[in-house]
Design a protein around this ligand. Structure first.
Ligand code: CAO
Length: 409
């Protein structure tokens, strides 16, 4: 079967997480992704290693289905080879520190001249302005995009979220931009520049918090558990903050992830009252309407917890779902990696790796009926030098050996 991005060639100059997460998705959608690495390789190959002398899971889990070539972009011959590769590519993606590709000598003007159809995507920490030249990592973007100030409890410090919204969240935004540019190129024949800033992507994901910032101008936010409000949206713990109240309540036997997140929609209150052994609350005007409950959400969830604490999160999940009540047990990483339904959905996948044996990774969450994804290993450093340089670029074997000897590849 063909794949959605068959025939699309991506020059992948990404490293660490944000960029690699984007190009991995492109590879899963069928693009031929050639990762161009400095001779020492993407720094993450050696970071957080769990086994000696083999590519780390940090690298293998973000670089599946790609090919790897090494190329010294600071050498004259390296630049020439890169020029030839640009001419044969549809998309160039990079996430170096600001200005790095320009300093290599490849400005957008030059890249367009070399290949007018090229789509050139960059991920940076920030847009134009006072922070343009600043580097950024995941939690920097969470800090400056609105996530940290709104995450955590009101009496504690700002908190980083485990979901990598700054890196992989930005990567997904970059994929959307690249795909849109490919579609537009189909109409115009022209490539274009795609830029995504991590701060902007996180802000986009924090959109509803800016909704609440503006609502705050008209008074306190009643669906927040907070009693006092200042000038900004406060950290609101586990409150959903949305139209339907929710909270994480404790379950048996009381371990760190023995909680379930419960949402109380209006029709859910009667069955919940029944389940928690307080059927009279379904009719009690003090409790029976969403407006009545809104003033005492903490007490409402306390009542639910007095029941849930005697049952496992799995039993509570079944009991609540029997009444169509939205809820979600808090799943630990161990529970997730062992979850057979995720494996059945190809979301937890075993991949053979030439050095590691096999490793477990997270599969592709985007399912296309006519473009199936087979997750394949990340490449070893420079594994595809010969494929790309000799067979595809037509460099003869003698020059190939010279390039190796001279530290160009
Ligand atoms: N050949 C020769 N040199 C190469 C090369 C190659 N193939 N590939 C990269 N390099 C060089 C670059 O030219 C650059 O050198 P100069 O600074 O001399 O121009 C250098 O390697 C890379 O610089 P960097 O600033 O990207 O790397 P860093 O480790 O100092 O910073 C990071 C890392 C992530 C902070 C920075 O890349 C960044 O801000 N990126 C944009 C935002 C981003 O994506 N952050 C998310 C990272 S994931 O958490």
């Amino acid at each position: 079967m063909s794949t959605a991005l068959e025939g699309v060639r991506v020059l992948d100059m990404t490293h660490v997480q944000s960029g690699p997460s984007a190009t991995q998705i492109l590879a899963w959608l069928g693009a031929d992704v050639v990762k161009v690495e400095a001779l020492g390789g993407d720094i993450t190959r050696k970071q957080l290693r769990d086994l000696p002398d083999v590519d780390s899971l940090y690298f293998t889990m973000l670089n599946c289905n790609k090919r790897s070539v090494t190329l010294n972009m600071k050498s004259a011959e390296g630049k020439q080879i890169f020029t030839d590769m640009v001419k044969q590519s549809d998309v160039l993606v990079e996430n170096f520190g600001p200005g790095a590709v320009d300093r290599m000598g490849f400005t957008w003007d030059l890249l367009q001249e070399l290949n007018p159809g090229l789509i050139y995507a960059s991920i940076k920490g920030f847009g134009d302005g006072p922070y343009t030249h600043y580097k950024a990592y995941e939690v920097v973007a969470q800090a400056m995009g609105g996530s940290m100030s709104t995450t955590g409890f009101e009496d504690g410090p700002p908190v980083a979220t485990g979901a990598q919204i700054g890196d992989s969240g930005t990567g997904i935004h970059a994929v959307a931009g690249i795909l849109a540019a490919l579609v537009q190129r189909g109409q115009t024949g022209k490539g274009q520049r795609v830029t995504v800033a991590m701060q902007h992507a996180v802000l986009n994901l924090c959109r509803v918090k800016l909704r609440d910032q503006q609502r705050l101008g008209h008074g306190p936010l009643p669906e927040y558990p907070n009693k006092e409000f200042g000038d900004s949206v406060p950290r609101s713990g586990n409150a959903s903050g949305g139209g339907q109240p929710g909270w994480a309540v404790k379950c048996a036997p009381g371990g760190p992830d023995d909680y379930i997140y419960v949402i109380v929609q209006p029709p859910g209150w009667a069955p919940i009252s029944e389940l928690i052994g307080r059927p009279e609350l379904a009719e009690d005007p003090e409790w029976s309407t969403p407006e009545a409950r809104l003033t005492k959400l903490d007490k409402m969830f306390q009542l639910i917890e007095e029941w849930s604490v005697h049952h496992s999160k799995w039993d509570v999940l079944a009991a609540l779902n029997a009444h169509n009540i939205p809820c979600g047990p808090i799943l630990s990483t161990q529970e997730l990696i062992e979850d057979s339904s995720l494996a059945d959905n190809d979301m937890i996948v075993e991949v053979d790796h030439p050095q590691r044996g096999s490793f477990t990774t997270v599969g592709c969450p985007i399912k296309l009926s006519d473009s199936p994804v087979k997750v394949e290993t990340s490449p070893l450093l420079g594994q595809h030098n010969e494929d790309v340089y000799v067979r595809e670029l037509g460099i003869n074997r003698e020059r190939f050996a010279e390039l190796q000897k001279n530290g160009v590849i």
